[in-house]
Design a protein around this ligand. Structure first.
Ligand code: HEC
Ligand code: HEC
Ligand code: HEC
Ligand code: HEC
Length: 440
């Protein structure tokens, strides 16, 4: 854990001189004043975007109307399904269970709730932007810049490493907000996340990157964010594995960290085949290494030697899981340190249009040697291709025709991962080959 904070600090020193603790600690550092304090029509509750303003100022209206964080997140706990999950776990009412509220609302400690705070707001503004106690009155001032706000405890959502840590605290689980295999066993859906894709899904966006955004907050790059998201998720999985409270459940390691379909498939499917990236034989439960595999592809465009090193350390980790707990923890620690050390390099790379082909080549090379046998990695590969393409489309580096052609190949790739229970590698590999061919 210590190592992690140092890693983050190095990244942040460049642009964001702020808090170096975990995302959850940072978000909860100051009092949460409540969504009502943001929602006035002259603040963020306008019905139409303001033309004269840097920000739209209709963020509240958009959030309330479209954003699943606003109403659906808590609704999920009230629903039949949510209640049934909590009942099976012996938790009673899901809307009162801290373990559920931690991710489905803004569950700050009692003492940190301002007068207008309401749990019924769900995942409100301050669940992502941090407690507004110190910046609520100052942040709309004419002479106030982004750095002033960050210094008063606004969370740095524009920084990709910190944004990844924030989103993943609910969309993957961290040692502080943990989703366990027991919760999955009670019927909770499997969690899946990709930073760039999820940041721009239309139901959650209440922001856009334009000239004044770049002036205020720095440049934005979707491929960079995809890469950072993979690295942070990979390191997070290793942190949980190493966490003394959550890494193990009785005599077993925490199963949520493993490839679900290593266990959950029909006994007689006869579909086992080697995955060189794991080096494991048949009949072995394997860690879910989807984010580690993707991080290797990220690095293929910026540092080939580092990419190969991550591949070797990942294999070493898989081997260590067949040897023992001490060996596993040692390998996990080494790998997490290596991933974190590489994040600044990924954040600083220029991610121009010339990184498109190395990334696709790297994905395809893996596909050809059987690496996408596991659904979780194939699903991440589809989101990777999508993010990489969307970023080049946005940069104008692709012509309209070529963009349209590639888009239809991406749709075909997504079709192949629509249903995890019917995933089949050969079709996925064929679709990836088609995409690579269309990319030129
Ligand atoms: C680590 C964070 C986390 C924890 C802990 C957690 N959830 Fe969730 N839950 C999520 C996320 C994120 C989703 C949305 C998954 C998606 O669609 O990508 C979700 C989805 C759900 C859904 C499905 C909602 C729908 O619209 O289909 C239900 C029901 C649910 N959670 C109930 C619970 C209950 C009950 C608990 C407590 C036992 C709980 N969750 C604990 C993060 C969490
Ligand atoms: C699920 C997390 C999340 C929630 C909830 C959320 N935001 Fe945001 N918000 C973001 C992200 C991510 C960005 C884009 C990155 C950035 O500019 O910092 C952003 C950006 C913004 C911006 C800045 C846009 C710009 O051009 O600089 C404003 C203003 C904003 N949000 C207001 C709100 C308000 C008001 C609410 C509640 C009604 C809210 N947000 C709820 C995540 C969230
Ligand atoms: C406090 C926990 C929390 C945080 C922090 C959070 N989310 Fe969520 N998010 C949820 C829950 C819970 C849901 C599921 C709501 C539902 O549909 O039931 C969700 C749903 C979503 C969805 C819709 C997913 C879908 O399958 O349609 C997107 C997109 C999303 N979140 C993006 C983000 C991004 C980007 C961030 C970081 C900037 C973020 N979230 C941070 C809890 C959180
Ligand atoms: C090491 C093997 C293993 C791994 C890996 C594993 N599970 Fe399980 N899972 C089990 C076992 C054992 C049960 C309990 C079956 C029972 O109670 O009869 C179970 C039960 C479940 C159930 C309840 C099924 C039912 O019949 O109600 C769900 C849902 C589930 N797991 C989801 C997941 C998800 C999602 C993942 C990956 C994040 C995962 N599992 C990873 C072994 C595994």
């Amino acid at each position: 854990m210590e190592r992690r904070r140092i890693g983050c600090l190095l990244v942040l020193m460049v642009a964001f001189p702020v808090w170096a603790g975990s995302a959850v600690e940072a978000i909860q550092q100051h009092r949460h004043m409540g969504v009502a304090t943001c929602a006035s029509s002259v603040c963020h509750g306008a019905s139409q975007p303001f033309k004269e303003s840097n920000v739209w100022q209709n963020e509240f209206a958009r959030w309330q109307e479209y954003d699943p964080h606003a109403t659906k997140a808590l609704q999920a706990l009230r629903s039949e399904k949510g209640q049934s999950i909590a009942r099976k776990l012996g938790l009673g009412d899901a809307t009162r269970a801290a373990v559920c509220l931690d991710c489905h609302a803004d569950n700050v400690p009692e003492a940190s709730r301002g007068e207008r705070f309401q749990m019924s707001d769900g995942v409100g503004c301050e669940a992502c932007h941090g407690g507004a106690e110190l910046w609520l009155t100052s942040h709309a001032g004419k002479d106030v810049d982004h750095a002033d706000n960050l210094a008063k405890g606004m969370y740095p959502t524009a920084d990709p490493v910190r944004r990844a840590e924030l989103c993943l605290s609910c969309h993957m689980g961290t040692p502080e907000r943990m989703i366990t295999h027991r919760i999955m066993g009670a019927g909770h859906p499997r969690l899946s996340f990709e930073l760039d894709t999820f940041t721009w899904l239309p139901e959650v966006t209440h922001y856009q990157v334009d000239d004044d955004y770049i002036r205020r907050k720095g440049a934005f790059n979707g491929v960079r964010d995809w890469g950072i998201g993979q690295g942070v998720a990979a390191a997070n999985l290793l942190d949980i594995l190493l966490d003394p409270r959550h890494g193990w459940d009785g005599i077993f390691p925490e199963l949520v960290l493993f490839d679900c379909l290593a266990c959950h498939k029909p006994m007689a499917s006869g579909r086992w085949g080697p995955r060189p990236g794991t080096g494991l034989g048949p009949g072995v439960v394997r860690l879910n290494d989807a984010n580690l595999v993707m991080f290797r592809h990220v690095l293929a465009a910026v540092d080939r030697a580092a990419s190969a090193r991550i591949g070797e350390l990942t294999r070493a980790l898989h081997r260590a899981t067949t040897e023992g707990r001490a060996q596993t923890e040692q390998a996990a620690r080494r790998l997490a340190a290596e991933v974190r050390a590489l994040l600044p390099k990924v954040a600083a790379a220029d991610w121009g249009a010339d990184s498109l082909l190395p990334i696709l080549d790297s994905l395809l090379a893996d596909a050809e040697r059987g690496e996408f046998r596991d659904y979780a990695a194939a699903e991440q590969a589809a989101m990777a291709a999508n993010s990489v393409l969307a970023a080049y489309e946005a940069s104008g580096a692709l012509g309209e025709d070529r963009a349209r052609q590639l888009r239809s190949r991406i749709d075909a790739l997504y079709d192949r991962v629509k249903d995890e229970d019917r995933y089949e590698m050969a079709g996925f590999v064929a679709a990836l080959r088609e995409l690579r061919r269309a990319a030129g």
